[in-house]
Design a protein around this ligand. Structure first.
Ligand SMILES: [Zn+2]
Length: 500
């Protein structure tokens, strides 16, 4: 086999893999927005079939011949970035597909519905013991799969690498330790200052709020011809249907929080639908998965969407369009959206403490897979960590260890990506400010298009050609580093709390 022939095979398999993934995205959107209860069983069969077909792509002779040939090629010797991305993603998918023990995978898939049911039941009873055996089983099966995929690596490294390719647990832990310490220092500093006055803002008309939030997303660069909005689901998410088709779904609400949800999802959608044509032709569109995709979303939600300069331009428009805000000064809105207050819930936490919620979950998983913690210890360990990191202790298991659906769903080894997104954002912001030193002045004048233009030039157009680590090196010349994010937090919140 020649290198060219091999590359053709790899490209073709990659394209087919993406077709299946697009079908899965359609299914997911349909499941949350339209699928009737009695249609669920047949859909599950159809989805299982699609999943099998997707994996079968890598079980054939062509895939094996290409993998054999590529075993003798060093990635670093491939000069073309797209070809290198193609080979890297092929080898990653091939390894996962051929090494995953099908029996174990089947057992895992068969128990998923029961696992979710037990989680719901445990939540209703506020009793982790109902869910505990299921968590134990799910984690054990995942460990078995991870050991088969890479017998030489610690289980949790393999699981984390499935979401955040190329990152080791040690590297993530080191940056999380730095982040924890920095956030602890900032919280201590803020606790000595007086929190700014921030009376709550009541909800307004959901239609008006949706119209305003969607306009902000469009003005930031989310193009309706590459997606669309649907506000009839229970939580925000983005469906990656195709290289020029990323749909944003949100809940229906009159709360100003809808604005931030919309900006977050628009960040995912713009990233996913902005790959260059050569990247699309190679099937590498959509962006780097895991923490780096989260970074694009959180950048628009937080770095831009929570910035004072942005609201100096848009707040008068919000007041113009939604009457309720006319009696609320910008200072109050800004203070309210920057209130730092430890809470038990990850999804309603503030920008400063948010990372701690993700980090402690990552640490619990890490300690479980290292054998330092059993499923039976999980609820207590969870509560202890909340008390130690955030100073508050859950009063029952539903407020605590049963809070997220991740461990009952197929998201084991996933939580690190939320905090990694913040770390990447600090590094992206620093790189952007180097090129756009007058960014706040631009935002205050409504020149928001420069952000998407910068993202496109430096990040989005490349799809998933690079790993997150390679991308960070391109942007900063260095590796993963929590310091720029800590600097951003300190600057922003010292100003909010009058400490500068
Ligand atoms: Zn997200």
């Amino acid at each position: 086999m020649q290198y060219r022939e091999c590359l053709d095979i790899v490209r073709e398999l990659g394209l087919r893999f993406r077709y299946y993934k697009s079908i899965e995205s359609l299914f997911e959107l349909d499941q949350w927005s339209a699928l009737p209860a009695e249609g669920a069983a047949y859909r599950q069969q159809t989805a299982a079939f699609i999943g099998e077909q997707k994996n079968a792509l890598y079980q054939g002779d062509d895939a094996r011949r290409a993998a054999d040939f590529l075993a003798g090629v060093a990635l670093s010797d491939i000069e073309d970035d797209i070809a290198r991305g193609l080979v890297r993603t092929f080898l990653f998918r091939y390894r996962n597909a051929v090494r995953t023990p099908q029996d174990t995978l089947r057992q895992y898939n068969l128990m998923r519905a029961d696992c979710m049911r037990a989680w719901n039941e445990a939540r209703a009873a506020q009793d982790y013991r109902i869910f505990m055996p299921w968590l134990d089983r799910a984690f054990a099966l995942k460990a078995e799969i991870a050991r088969a995929i890479d017998p030489d690596a610690p289980v949790f490294d393999t699981l984390v690498g499935m979401t955040d390719e190329g990152l080791s647990v040690a590297e993530v832990s080191a940056q999380f330790d730095k982040l924890k310490a920095g956030i602890g220092t900032l919280l201590a500093k803020l606790s000595k200052a007086r929190a700014p006055e921030a009376a709550p803002i009541p909800d307004s008309d959901p239609d008006q709020m949706a119209a305003f939030a969607q306009r902000l997303a469009r003005e930031l660069g989310y193009r309706p011809e590459r997606g669309g909005f649907n506000d009839r689901v229970v939580h925000g998410f983005t469906s990656f249907m195709g290289p020029r088709d990323a749909r944003v779904s949100t809940y229906r609400s009159g709360s100003y929080n809808l604005i931030f949800t919309c900006l977050h999802e628009a960040g995912h959608a713009m990233y996913s639908s902005s790959s260059s044509q050569p990247v699309i032709d190679a099937g590498l569109w959509g962006g780097i998965e895991g923490g780096f995709h989260e970074a694009s979303a959180r950048f628009f939600e937080n770095m831009i969407g929570h910035s004072l300069a942005y609201w100096q331009f848009y707040y008068p428009q919000l007041q113009q369009e939604i009457a309720l805000f006319r009696d609320i000064p910008l200072a109050q809105f800004y203070a309210l959206t920057h209130r730092v207050q430890p809470t038990l819930r990850r999804i309603s936490s503030d920008e400063v403490t948010y990372s701690l919620h993700a980090i402690l979950r990552f640490e619990l998983e890490r300690d479980y897979f290292a054998g330092l913690l059993t499923a039976g210890d999980m609820a207590e360990a969870w509560n202890d960590k909340y008390e130690s990191y955030l100073g508050i202790r859950p009063q029952n298991d539903t407020e605590g260890v049963l809070q997220d659906m991740h461990w009952a769903g197929d998201y084991i080894g996933y939580f690190q990506s939320y905090a990694l997104g913040n770390i990447y954002d600090g590094q992206i912001l620093a790189a952007m400010q180097r090129d756009l030193p007058d960014l706040p002045a631009r935002l205050a004048q409504g020149d928001v298009g420069c952000i998407a233009a910068w993202m496109d030039e430096h990040i989005w157009q490349y799809g998933c050609c690079y790993t997150a680590g390679e991308m960070v090196r391109r942007l900063t010349g260095g590796g993963l580093d929590a310091q720029p994010f800590l600097d951003y937090l300190d600057q922003t919140y010292s100003a909010v709390y009058g400490l500068t």
